[in-house]
Design a protein around this ligand. Sequence first.
Ligand code: DMJ
Length: 467
Amino acid sequence: MIAHRSVGSRPLAGRAERAPMVLLLLSVLAAAAPGAAQTQGTAAVPDRLATIRDATRHAWEGYRAHAWGHDELRPLSRSGRNWYDASILMTPVDAFDTFLMMGLEEDAAQAKQLILDSLTFDLDVDAQVFEITIRHLGGLLSAYQLDGDPRFLELALDLGDRLRPAFETPTGMPYRYVNLRTGAVRDPVNNPAEIGTLLLEFGTLSMLTGDNTFYNTAKQAMRAVWEGRSDLGLVGETNDVRTGEWRNTNSHLSGRIDSWYEYLLKGCRLFGDVDLCQWWEQGLAAVNRHLADERFHGLWYGAVDMHTGERTATRFGALDAFWPAVLALGGDLEHARALMENVHRMWNLWPVEPERFDYSTMRVTSRGYQLRPEAIESAYYLWWFTGEERYREMGWQMISAVLEHTRTDAGFTVLEDVTTLEKGDLMHSFFLAETLKYAWLLFSDRSALDLQAVVFNTEAHPLRRTW
Ligand code: DMJ
């Protein structure tokens, strides 16, 4: 049983802060209110749902047959791989809520039994704080909220406790790795995404257990990143968590920074925290002012130096494609729509989107495809908030191409090169957590999930304000 922990310092705004907090939060929520969505193509599309559900079953069958008990499936070699010396069951933890949402009860039951029988965090391994938080803490918390079994929350609480030593730094920003058994830490050079994408999970853990220290710890890490922003209001790519000093001053929306912005907005929406709402509004303004780039075929977001604003790169790719979703959720449909056109353009350049390309030359610079969800996630948010079928068609083109070109006899696999369609040998757990889930939601009835009430963590685990 979960002991209801005594409440430490409060995580949410106090009485004096509540009035502006409510106004700011209402403006964030109102800005994202759907317009045409109530009247246009909002009904489920059964044949497409059947295709996506079959693909999900195929992916899980591959894992069951060849990687059972491991973190992830290697579809070509028909084997399993673990991130560390021992498995932490990444695929079942990531997939469980997807199965529930798709009504795949038998598959959900298999995943649940494996997790509850075998998952332990009492392991002598150095775990990456960000990855285990978004996948395991997020997955276990959403599993608890959807399924109700308290053992999911017990596992989440045990993990949360084991991650605490990572935050014992002068700034409150976490080391990248912490040993789950000994608490030993390593890798002090971290980045805004890995430092600032922890609050939805730590905050939800606080709300569900009554132990506010989780919330406050993750929020202090975000505050430290925010306070290190440049005069232009931008953050850099890497910093030292012991001093706060920036090591790489490139600013962009790609890996190492991306979900930092996502959690400012989502933290504002899930917890109603006035600081996060303000940081989001100000961060968004700086991004639209300095990173937006309209010189080449419409709107892109590239890279600049965080201090000078000087353009350092014209690159975009699969990871950056999350931004239309966040813009739509934040109510900036104009930029969301414009960028989504270019996400779609990226999908028309090659059979499948590449990891990265240069939008000034339209040349690919990183040729792989890692089964990533972001473009389909954005199509889903755009469709949900506008009701326009156009976004469903974009999403269908994307997921059809993924299912066609990445399918193997045992699950789905990454591509080494989207120009040749050469296959690699890995089915990332986020394919089940995110890619297939967002595709499923895109063709479900719009009322299947209320994006005004549910907040997806960055691994697509749904969290709900049940407290
Ligand atoms: C996922 O682990 C998360 O979405 C993360 O925020 C970014 N990378 C992958 C998916 O591409």
